[in-house]
Design a protein. Sequence first.
Length: 292
Amino acid sequence: MFNPVVLKSDLLFSLRDTLRAEDFVEAVSPTMRRADLGPGRRLLVNHDGGRSLRAMIGPALRANLEYHRRIFEIGACFRPEKPDDLHVPEFQMLDLYAAHEDFDFLSRLAEKLIGPHIPYAFQRVSVADHVRDHFGIDLHREPLGDLPGQMAAHLGVSADAPFKVVLGQYVERELEAQSADAALFLTEYPVGGDEPCARLTPGTAAVLNRFELLVDGIEVVHGYEDEPDRVAFVERARAAGLYDDEQALVWEAIAAGRVPAASVGLGIGIERLCMAASGVKDITVFQQSSQF
């Protein structure tokens, strides 16, 4: 008999077991953060002069690379978005960082973590190759150019829409459908999306070392190699409206030599992994004690 509590417990045990075997250490970063990242980014709480519930684990965990080269956390996150079958106000994330590792290491680690729990072989699709084939722009050799305008026109959205919004809608409409009854790595994202901390792939003009893993239409994992160039990181993050006080704190630690600039990061939505593992298409099934 299907039991969502037991399934979730077994998955969490397996994830921790795999990470410990890979020499990762579990940490706990603050759920209530000092930084208010602006409207729609965080939920406020009336505590200790006003704090914000974290929307992601991210930078506070990366700072712990000061103490160990491989670190992870499984914890609660909160987002002020409208609930639906894939989104709930409170959910669990597994986030991890590993120092001095490359993008290939991260991809292999994602397969080790997810592979035992899904019934599909992994496939890969390059977003950059798709862009080249459909828009004639080779992002390995060329900058974005007029790609944002072409994508917006293709989607029928305003040319003034931010490129991160346009790109997100385009990937969702044109590429994510390929993950039906499959486990699909979407790789080689263009610059300008919603993951500005990803490293520009060496030798390319506008491709990032970033991936998303979708299982039967559900985004379960995202991963990236951190951009080690502070100037490039800040420029891209500010252009996307995603440079904030927490990112600045991490870069202070990097500049002081306490945290390495070269690292990789990965996040897994725990309830979404439960959905992918069970075939259940409703995330609320995996909210324990939801009546409270």
